[in-house]
Ligand binder design. Structure first.
Ligand SMILES: Cc1cc2nc3c(=O)[nH]c(=O)nc-3n(C[C@H](O)[C@H](O)[C@H](O)COP(=O)(O)OP(=O)(O)OC[C@H]3O[C@@H](n4cnc5c(N)ncnc54)[C@H](O)[C@@H]3O)c2cc1C
Ligand code: SF4
Length: 490
């Protein structure tokens, strides 16, 4: 056990951040790390619980709490306190292939379940994880480590998001020959072309890809499986195929005026912004000088707020159909359940600092769009919603007379996803479940088609990076067993 009184002696301290008005002047990450001395104090705050909920990853009241990767959080917190970042890294890498990603973008399900959070502030688990990972890169401890023995088995991974990367990393370490097929021009999936640069710098993604290449993983980019390469070809040439194509089919708006120019899906907008940033060219979907309305009050909508502000939008409004969540846990939502409370994310903070008001409008949606004579979007009509009971269910209906017209030159749809695109599941002939994800039997990754496995958002629906990594690892374990008759992957 580390420092028994650490949680009593030291307060939680987060990585310092630039102020909203400073950071909107650039596209880089804006949380420099704490000193090593302060990091040790943050590690010392961990209570080393006998039953650590932080690493449990269990479902409580319909939502997962604790780390889905079962990261050995108390162990490496203790090692951070002891000043042994190298040992902490070894324990961390046992369960997490890419702590430099989760340490930046994970919503920290672990912290929601931290015992210190019962009566005070939870341990800075996520930032501790990032500190361990970055110390590993800085010290050269994370370096290429190609497998010494090859099995001669060949595995194709389709899609290079966190699920595909984790599966490829695990199977390559095991000695299988892994080729990752990626439709985009660069690997990384939503790590590369979804999550904005200020949350996850693209150099961090490229650093990991370079490491995997040096360890022997082959990446074939610009290669669309099901179109450029057929399913039959992969099934003939490889001993197993893992489908990790994500769940990119967006939910659309069915409203009058939807065809106007200036309406697009959030992920298309965000990926265009990243492509513009990495190429140095202007984004064809820029928000510069425009009034922006975002449909969807979630995290993707928040990323759109931060991106539109950096592009120089004139105004930004974010519409959310649901009412605002409470500021503190309700009595029916006790620790260690995932807290259903209101949060103000980085983009919203920036909008408040820049425009003087929270961009979110709750219980509101968009009802119609209007265009000028040349078909360009000029305004949207919003309407307020109320919740009513109908046939035992809560439904939302429009409040008559609550319509409002907002000027709008760019409408971004961040209204969620409806599962994977159809053509890859169709090409491989794999079955779908009731939510249109690729179907596998309970808790497994094998599809009903011989040799074919599925993982990540394509199997569980739009989710989180940490789940992508967990799924990729799970699929790798199952594929290894399928190929070798046993597995020692965890
Ligand atoms: C805007 C946005 C922001 C997000 N922010 C966060 C966050 O901050 N934290 C967090 O934890 N989660 C976040 N998420 C969710 C997270 O990014 C996803 O859950 C995760 O990336 C899913 O991983 P995946 O590997 O299953 O799929 P993806 O990351 O979607 O990767 C799928 C890959 O498959 C490729 N592909 C698809 N079809 C083919 C084909 N036919 N041939 C070859 N390649 C193909 C795609 O090009 C893509 O690269 C965010 C999601 C979005 C949309
Ligand atoms: S991966 Fe996420 S949930 Fe797991 S320990 Fe890291 S920050 Fe916490």
């Amino acid at each position: 056990m580390g420092k028994p009184t650490g949680f009593l002696e030291f307060d939680r301290r987060n990585n310092p951040g630039e102020t909203p008005l400073e950071r909107i002047r650039h596209w880089n990450e804006f949380h420099p790390m704490l000193s090593q001395e302060e990091r040790r104090r943050q590690g010392a705050r961990c209570m080393e619980c006998g039953v650590p909920f932080c690493q449990s990853g269990v479902e409580l009241a319909g939502m997962v709490t604790g780390c889905p990767l079962h990261n050995l959080v108390p162990e490496w917190n203790d090692l951070i306190y002891a000043g042994s970042m190298e040992h902490a890294l070894r324990r961390l890498m046992k369960t997490n292939n890419f702590p430099e990603f989760t340490g930046r973008v994970c919503p920290a399900l672990c912290e929601a379940a931290c015992t210190c959070g019962l009566n005070g502030d939870p341990v800075t688990v996520k930032e501790n994880e990032l500190a361990v990972a970055e110390a590993g890169f800085a010290a050269g401890t994370i370096r290429p480590s190609p497998p010494r023995v090859h099995t001669g088995k060949r595995v194709a991974v389709v899609g290079s998001g966190p699920a595909g990367l984790a599966a490829a990393d695990q199977l390559n370490r095991r000695g299988h020959l892994v080729t990752v097929f990626e439709r985009d021009e660069e690997p990384g999936g939503l790590l590369m072309y979804g999550i904005p640069n200020m949350k996850l710098e693209k150099a961090v993604v490229r650093r990991r890809i370079a490491l995997m290449q040096a360890e022997g993983v082959e990446f074939r980019t610009g290669c669309d499986v099901g179109r450029d390469v057929s399913a039959e070809e992969l099934l003939v040439r490889y001993d197993a195929v893992i489908l990790c194509c994500g769940a990119k089919k967006p939910r659309d708006l069915q409203i009058p005026g939807r065809e106007a120019q200036g309406i697009c899906f959030a992920v298309d907008y965000l990926s265009a912004a990243t492509r513009a940033l990495t190429s140095g060219e202007a984004s064809p979907l820029s928000a510069a000088g425009k009034d922006v309305v975002i449909v969807g009050g979630g995290d993707t909508g928040n990323d759109c707020v931060g991106t539109a502000i950096r592009q120089g939008c004139r105004s930004v409004v974010q519409l959310e159909m649901l009412p605002k969540a409470p500021n503190v846990r309700g009595e029916d939502n006790p620790w260690p359940q995932w807290p259903k409370i209101a949060k103000t994310d980085y983009g919203q903070e920036e909008a408040i600092a820049l425009f003087g008001a929270d961009p979110r409008r709750y219980c509101t949606t968009v009802k119609a769009c209007a265009a000028d004579d040349e078909g360009r979007l000029i305004s949207v009509t919003t309407v307020r919603l109320e919740s009513v009971q109908s046939e035992g269910r809560t439904v939302r209906r429009e409040i008559p007379g609550s319509e409002e017209e907002l000027p709008c030159g760019l409408l971004l749809i961040a209204a969620g996803f409806l599962g994977p695109e159809d053509y890859v599941p169709e090409a491989f002939g794999v079955a779908r479940d009731g939510r249109s994800n690729v179907a596998t039997s309970d808790g497994r990754y094998a599809t009903g088609v011989e040799k074919v496995f599925a993982a990540g958002d394509m199997r569980r629906g739009q989710s989180l990076v940490v789940w992508g990594i967990a799924e990729g690892r799970g699929a790798a374990r199952e594929v290894d067993e399928y190929l070798m008759g046993y597995t020692n992957l965890v």
